[in-house]
Design a protein around this ligand. Structure first.
Ligand SMILES: *Cc1c(COP(=O)(O)O)cnc(C)c1O
Length: 238
């Protein structure tokens, strides 16, 4: 990385942290209550490690192969690592012992697979259930109406611990367009918390990305996943 790139990265992180703190305060919450996950896809190990040096505490990776490559390079040392992308059941085993949270569990089948692999590995894996809040046919995630039935199936499995919900709303074309999806997520989060399922802790509501993390915080997100606002545009976006 050039010195200029390092300076930009550092400033971007400070800017995002500042905006998170402002949004939290406007919502009557503390900055510390919001977990910032840096979405690191397509950024190499050097950039990921630099981001951690500049204060990033959680890295979120999308692809298993990419994660394993950077893991080998010690890119994530000093931070927690989450998996946030589409996950095929045959790849689950590669994540065991490496990620503290799998955010993108969008089917009962995947949840069962993670439980099985985690038990083999001798751990209990924290997961979030991904909700297809926009009910888009092309998108993964549980339809909201299936959420409670899926929790009832998964919460009894040793090997996984449900820690909350995650959502990727439809692509917004105007500012504020996702507020209604974020609001629905907050309602689901509250409803499920109130049911007090065994072995389910509704600790995290993960929603909001570069374009809308402040709106997500307004609606109750306590975990935001931010990529481009930290690392700049990814190659295919330039
Ligand atoms: C890439 C990605 C993000 C971050 O998106 P940006 O718009 O770059 O902030 C968040 N969540 C997931 C699941 C992603 O794949």
């Amino acid at each position: 990385m050039t010195e200029l790139e390092q300076k930009e990265l550092k400033e971007n992180i400070e800017q995002v942290q500042f905006r998170i703190a402002q949004a939290a305060m406007r919502a009557g919450r503390k900055a510390d209550d919001i977990r910032l996950v840096a979405a690191t896809k397509m950024n190499d190990g050097e950039r990921v490690q630099a981001a951690i040096q500049y204060g990033i505490q959680v890295a979120g990776e999308n692809r298993v192969q990419e994660l394993l490559e950077k893991y080998e390079q010690d890119a994530y040392v000093g931070a927690d690592l989450h998996f946030i992308g589409t996950l095929q059941t045959n790849k689950v085993k590669y994540l065991m012992g490496k990620v503290s949270l799998i955010q993108s569990v969008g089917s009962e089948k995947l949840g069962r697979c993670i439980a099985k692999e985690a038990q083999k590995y001798g751990i209990c894996q924290d997961i979030l259930l991904e909700v297809n809040i926009g009910e888009e046919s092309a998108k993964s995630g549980l339809p909201p109406e299936n959420l409670e039935a899926t929790i009832e199936q998964l919460c009894v499995l040793p090997g996984i611990h449900i820690r909350g919900l995650m959502a990727i709303p439809p692509i917004a074309h105007a500012h504020g367009e996702n507020l209604r999806y974020f609001d629905r997520m907050r309602q689901l989060f509250i409803d499920i918390s109130a049911k007090r399922y065994d072995n389910v802790s509704m600790d995290y509501l993960s929603m909001g990305m570069s374009g809308d993390f402040e709106d997500a915080i307004t609606c109750g997100a306590n975990m935001v996943r931010v990529g481009t606002a930290i690392f700049g545009l990814r190659p295919y976006m330039r």
